[in-house]
Design a protein around this ligand. Sequence first.
Ligand SMILES: C[S@@+](CC[C@H](N)C(=O)[O-])C[C@H]1O[C@@H](n2cnc3c(N)ncnc32)[C@H](O)[C@@H]1O
Length: 518
Amino acid sequence: MTAAAVRFESHRLTHPSTSPPPESMVERRYTEEEEALEIKSLRRIIAAYANYQDAAERDVERYERSFKMLPTAHKKLLFHLGLKYQSLRWCISMNASFIMKMLEAFEPPFDMSQYVDDDVHAHPSILHDHSHMDCTHSSERGDCSIIAISRSNLSLDEQHDSPKEYTKRHEPSRETDNNKGGEDHMAGCSQPVGNMGMSQGAGIACNGDKNTGAAAYFQDKDVSASSAIENVALRHCTASSLKLNVPPIDVDKVRCIVRNIVRDWGDEGQKERDECYKPILEELNRLFPNRSDQRPPSCLVPGAGLGRLALDISSLGFVSQGNEFSYYMLICSNFILNHTQEANEWSIYPWIHSNCNSLSDNDQLRPVSFPDIHPSSAGITEGFSMCAGDFVEVYSEESQESAWDAVVTCFFLDTAHNIVEYIEIISKVLKDGGVWINLGPLLYHFADSYGPDDDMSIELSLEDVKKVAYHYGFTMEVEKMIETTYTANMKAMMQNRYRAAFWTMRKDASRSKACKPR
Ligand SMILES: C[S@@+](CC[C@H](N)C(=O)[O-])C[C@H]1O[C@@H](n2cnc3c(N)ncnc32)[C@H](O)[C@@H]1O
């Protein structure tokens, strides 16, 4: 099968500051400072992805430390937890394998060898990552090849076990453990699981000596596996670039992406897609009944996440463009859209990062395969693209004025610093008579951002949002509330539900009270 070859257009992704761009700005060019910021930001995100496994394994080590503190009788009672921790490690390694494939396929839009020296001391707060997502290591050696990727994630092909098979093979002897009063049986759990089909001694050392692990890793005989890592390392980092310690917030973002994969591309995400995307698709279908191949209507999807909605709109017969500014999202959507050979090619374990609210360990350890459809075979309409850039910057450009028949926003409006600006731009980019379909809550992403930057955050009620829309010439055609979740674990004992606002508004330029820009 050929790849979908979804075009990824790249715009500038980093906000130079929190202040608004100059009014006179017609065409933005990268300044050196902006490019440096962009590269550092991207490097930080790659580091977060690349350190996924280490961060997750540290969590498992924490569980094991707690287990070790238990009185012997309690340990005996909870003997199976040792096996669960082994399974968790296996699942982590599988997730990391997918992440590595993704990073390997990613073509950075910059020469990543630039602007490395000051990265090491860069404070995370100066590195914008464009991502305000809702879910709710590196060695000291100075060379890229020691990017902090644990050994155990090397080869998908070699990991045929299921977590159960794996833990069975690695099951500690109950007798032995009991003989030792249970004290040592967890010791087995702190070994790396990197020996699954791997050469001996090639894992990140369980004594925490990561240099040893990394060095050993490159002595591995498995050429294809090492070359995967080398490719990633060579492409994305330079000498000191991955000395960045990955802050917890970045670790969370990677885990968030894993959940977003389920929402957009997993079978398990079908319920959420039915709740969120289906009403939008039905509305588009109703509003544009005559979608000819010759002149298909156009639809813009700002904040497109992992691209499923934009793809479904394309398959419906629209020239669809997803717009997204988070590299976390873009790296992943690019991989799924352009590098998938068949449906259900990949498996991840999305729910392993929390022990809370599980009905059973099996629920927590269940895999999700994806993508549920092969994107290339989804019947996309020519012109489908993903535009990488800040919605405000990209679509404020004059060339975008009255360019779109429809704009679809799903869980996007509340990502604004200034929601009025979003609405103004949506109105501006729509043709007169064009439609805006929205679904989402008003969980303003910057509402709680107290920091040195003091980010602007305009937090309006739904009533005020509608008033603003009317001001910009919109008339309401359909309005309802839709109950839904966002990246929820359907088997968990806790799920956050939103009463999301759904509407279809039509632009009537004659009603706009907004001053026409001079
Ligand atoms: C809550 S997610 C929703 C994603 C997708 N629409 C869905 O329903 O799953 C919001 C998305 O908007 C993106 N986003 C936020 N602000 C943006 C901006 N100014 N320009 C482009 N994308 C933005 C975020 O990176 C994130 O992927």
